[in-house]
Ligand binder design. Sequence first.
Ligand SMILES: Nc1ncnc2c1ncn2[C@@H]1O[C@H](COP(=O)(O)OP(=O)(O)O)[C@@H](O)[C@H]1O
Ligand SMILES: [Mg+2]
Length: 430
Amino acid sequence: MKPARAAAATIGSSDKHAISSAVPAKPVTPAIQVSGLTKIFGLRQREGLDLLDAKTSRAEIQQRTGCVVGLENVNFSVRPGEILVVMGLSGSGKSTTLRCVNRLIDPTRGQVTVHGTDVTALSTKALRDFRRTGFGMVFQQFALFPHRTIVGNVEYGLEIQGMAPGLRRDKAMAAIEQVGLKGWAEARPSQLSGGMQQRAGLARALAADADILLMDEAFSALDPLIRRDMQGELVALQEKLKKTILFVTHDLDEAVALGGRIILMRDGRIVQEGRAIDFLLDPADDYVMRFVEHIDMFGIMTVEAAMMRTPCVMTADDPVAAMLARIDEGADEVVLSDQDGRYAGRLSAATIRAMRGTARVDVRGLATTDAILGSDTLGSALPRFSRDVRAVPVVDRSGKLLGQLTDTCIISAIAQQRRVGATRGAAGKL
Ligand SMILES: Nc1ncnc2c1ncn2[C@@H]1O[C@H](COP(=O)(O)OP(=O)(O)O)[C@@H](O)[C@H]1O
Ligand SMILES: [Mg+2]
């Protein structure tokens, strides 16, 4: 498996680009940790496992034992509050992975821990409780009871947990509101469109208050436009509720839209793990390459990954003479930040020259609305550029100045992607 590589390190790894300092992450217990997960389907699993260990091919194992290798030594972890997308073609092992996490399927080998609890070691009863309270599940088939109302469906899980009617109704109604189905609580599933039914399915998963959602091709049956809406809403909901989501899809566009880390599976193994941009700029092999060939780089590369350090940052307290000196050295403009490093506006060379003879700049009227967020995509930043605007300040959500995005940065990003494609393409022809 190819390790994840930060996009920022891939593009513009030279010093002039590297601006955001890496803060060492605090160790957190993963919401989900999957280690050495192997699943062999069939009656002669032991034999199949031995053959697998002896590096026998999947086809041969199947031929000799009738066993299907569903998963082979799968390892990954999901941080609390993260959306992790499991992607791959049909039959690559996505659903099996998901089902091993809540032990709807017993792994043949390996371990799954959920918030530190070893799921693989739970007794049947403990497992049942755990599954009920630990996870919300959303599948492609909405699986709503046709004779129950929407609220009746949503509260079903709570009902079988034995929750008091008033309380469970409150929880169900809150979940219904969260997914935008307010007013439909008393409707029957048949009165709802496919998209709305899937919202109800999501509400049912949310009502259980589980902090992990397992979603298997949850949006795959929906029309493309509705599907896109649902993806957007899921991301918004996730930001609000901070659920941990393991999301299975065979669709790259969907994986990209969800915006999180992706693990790409093939034949029961993980072939690459990372963000969409890592797959694009540094594909592990030709399979990954083919998967991402048609991806729109501008839709996935962040401004922060492509930007560079702002050459000339000063504060409003710096003397005009010092600013003039920088302009005379060739700077196009001076970017101002406050004492806390927050972006405070910028002054063009002409503006600074016009202030020659004064001691301090007049910052009244300086706008900071021209900045873009580092987390924005390159695509969304493009409209900010014009013949006259060739650099845009980049800030984080707190307004801190991160760097600047220039037209040159954008061209470098495109060139880098082309180079990866060309190198791979040439290698493939040998
Ligand atoms: N119950 C089962 N019995 C036998 N083989 C299975 C079973 N479930 C899944 N498989 C096989 O395991 C592999 C992975 O399946 P699955 O996880 O469903 O793939 P995906 O969800 O990526 O389409 C496939 O080859 C599939 O045929
Ligand atoms: Mg599946």
